[in-house]
Design a binder for this molecule. Structure first.
Ligand code: NDP
Ligand code: DGY
Length: 329
């Protein structure tokens, strides 16, 4: 190589991403970028081929980055940047072992996700999808005293499982609806809970006292399948369950049973297992289950900012500089 010539590094991007991200990558002029140029996920075989020899990988939460992908990439790979705050799709131990750095997108999507969680909670508790359907199908015959009644937040107890960045932002938004008591559970009490008068409570207490149970924790071996038969059996029969974290936190067979037997009143899910949820899935037959297609962070501006941040994380990782948002491994 000529003295002073810069080495152009190879970057693989697993999906078409918002232009803010592509612009940052291309304008940096330090890497050759190949993109799986589609709105649909890259097929596994293409991912394994595309990542070969890459120094940087920009991936999405739908890409499973495991030993096979890391082996396919080979020893050049020094940074993985995910266009998400969740990182349960990354084989963190293996990545750490190989000395690969990881960038992610905390904070920038907190407001959008908290807002969507509140929207989903209200839509579920006040039965909005059912109401819209009745209007369209001619089921709206008259104003009736008990028709399409649901549950309100005023005077209620809300339980947040995982009072992290998003959990706290949800609590902040729910309090002004007149929530009387806000409980939260997690691995330890959080000083920042005082901002929302949050009371740290054992999970069992949270479940038995809450009118609304909101799950906003990360998916870890500890939270995998946390919401199961025993969990739902501790909830009130009038309680509403909302999950905007990851589908893996919920045992969906047990949730179906709890919803169809009247063990709990209703559920709103932005995340499922698998994604997409098959259209013939039993949960979709239930009127008291509202399922959204993982759109927590889906505002135009949030997705643009996430794309730019993930590009900047990648570029910083490639040059050995501090990343704007690096995951501590
Ligand atoms: P944070 O890391 O700030 O919060 C995660 C929280 O989970 C922490 O408070 C953590 O508590 C808690 N937690 C970990 N283990 C447990 C446990 N065993 N029981 C209860 N709580 C636990 O992350 P964010 O708030 O930024 O994001 C949270 C998750 O939301 C992401 O990991 C992602 O999966 C999901 N998400 C979903 C979106 C969507 O589109 N639906 C959008 C964005 C994020 P502690 O601090 O004590 O460890
Ligand atoms: C995340 O970032 O983890 C969400 O699930 C999508 O924004």
């Amino acid at each position: 190589m000529m003295q002073g010539a810069r080495k152009i590094m190879k970057v693989y991007v697993t999906r078409r991403i918002p232009q803010e991200g592509m612009k940052a990558l291309t304008e940096a002029g330090v890497c050759k970028v190949s993109v799986w140029d589609s709105d649909e996920p890259v097929p596994r075989a293409e991912l394994l081929k595309g990542v070969a020899g890459a120094h940087g990988l920009l991936c999405l939460l739908s890409d499973r980055i495991d030993t096979e992908v890391l082996d396919a990439a080979g020893p050049n790979l020094k940074v993985i940047s995910t266009l998400s705050v969740g990182f349960d799709h990354l084989a963190i131990n293996e990545i750490k072992k190989r000395g690969i750095r990881v960038g992610y997108t905390p904070d920038v999507l907190t407001d959008a996700t908290a807002e969507l969680t509140v929207a989903l909670l209200l839509a579920t508790a006040r039965r909005l999808p059912e109401g819209v359907q009745e209007v369209k199908s001619g089921g709206w015959s008259s104003w009736k005293p008990l028709w399409l009644c649901g549950y309100g937040l005023s005077g209620s107890t809300v339980g947040v499982i995982g009072l992290g960045r998003i959990g706290l932002a949800i609590a902040r938004r729910l309090k002004p609806f007149g929530v009387k008591k806000l409980l939260y559970s997690g691995r330890a009490a959080k000083p920042q809970a005082s901002e929302v008068d949050g009371e740290y409570a054992p999970l069992d207490t949270l479940l038995s006292e809450s009118d609304f149970v909101v799950v906003s924790c990360s998916l870890t071996p500890d939270t995998q399948g946390l919401c199961d038969k025993a969990f739902f059996s501790k909830m009130k029969s009038t309680a509403v369950f909302v999950n905007t974290s990851r589908g893996g936190v919920v045992n969906q067979e047990d949730l179906y049973e709890a919803l169809s037997s009247g063990q709990i009143a209703a559920a709103g899910l932005d995340v499922t297992t698998p994604e997409p949820l098959p259209t013939d899935h039993p949960l979709l037959t239930l009127k008291n289950c509202v399922v959204l297609p993982h759109i927590g962070s889906a505002t135009y501006s949030t997705r643009g900012i996430m794309a730019e941040l993930s590009a900047n994380n990648l570029l910083a990782g490639l040059s050995g500089a501090a990343m704007p948002s690096e995951l501590a491994l």
